[in-house]
Design a protein around this ligand. Sequence first.
Ligand SMILES: [Fe+2]
Ligand SMILES: [Fe+2]
Length: 244
Amino acid sequence: MKTTKIFDQGHQWFMFGRDPEKPEKIIDTNQYMVVSGEHALLMDPGGIEVFAPMLGAILHHAKIEEITDLFASHQDPDIISSLGLWDQALPHATLHAPWIWEGFLRHFGMSNIEYDGIPDEGKTIDIEETHLVLIPAHYLHASGNFHVYDPEAKILMSGDVGAALEASGTPLYVDNFEEHIPKMKMFHERWMPSNRAKNDWIDRVRKLDIQYMAPQHGRIFKGDNVKRFLDWFEALEVGNAIPK
Ligand SMILES: [Fe+2]
Ligand SMILES: [Fe+2]
């Protein structure tokens, strides 16, 4: 599991992914962690398959007892089917996840971890001095869904929004936006169901100062590529499994 530090000023953001050991038929995922003082938040920690390499990777940057918080943007298996294993490894942790998914997420096995149901309008969570805003992204693509915005680092962890399907081992950042479009197009047209939800999210996100948009699959958008992505997504017709 490759680890990259994407921010390091007072607190740190880490990205984990590009695992050369990943089984071929599971979708490649990016996992993220914020470390602030002696506390850490693990975001979209991934599927059962990546639990062991993830645990190994995160322990280089935080002690096990410092990982006090988990976040799941939504209920998908690639986001959080590892929950039952984290429940054993981090029995005192709190999972922040959309309130509507509690009864579903517990099917992954959760007898120790505490569930903090995020209300539909979102909320702020504090990891010591680091304040993270949970931004509503409902129906993008799950019916209860949130992104994590760090106003100090100017990072938006955008879950499946901005995802790209490409070979594992691919570079970390989008270099040429136009060349990146074919890798994102089908994903957004098919997995994103609602143009109304998309436009509502774009209005909300355009008001944020974002330097890095970090999705759960594919590459990170940096600087002007964040705006390019928002413009491209705004123009894209989504929900294409319904015949016109
Ligand atoms: Fe998903
Ligand atoms: Fe995903």
